[in-house]
Write a protein of this length. Structure first.
Length: 84
């Protein structure tokens, strides 16, 4: 949700974002929404990366970009004031 706000602004439809990722988690990882083991997450992440690009070097760069975006988003939200 926080990343959606950074990408699309404060007027983002957060309920749609939440619904999208709840559906994704429950269909791809755990139907009841329970935490999953690391191995399952790793397999899913590999599946996503493989669908984007089958080159291992490209997959590494994509994963690095995902991580950088998450870190940047977290830092930006930490620095935001309620007026922003």
């Amino acid at each position: 949700e926080a990343i959606a706000i950074l990408h699309y602004g404060i007027d983002s439809d957060l309920s749609a974002v939440r619904a999208k990722y709840v559906h994704l988690f429950r269909t791809k990882l755990d139907p009841k929404g329970h935490p999953i083991p690391y191995g399952m997450f790793r397999s899913y992440a590999h599946e996503v990366l493989q669908a984007l690009d089958d080159d291992p070097q490209a997959q590494e760069m994509i994963l690095e970009q995902f991580i950088a975006e998450a870190l940047t988003g977290r830092e930006a939200l930490r620095n935001m004031t309620p007026q922003e």
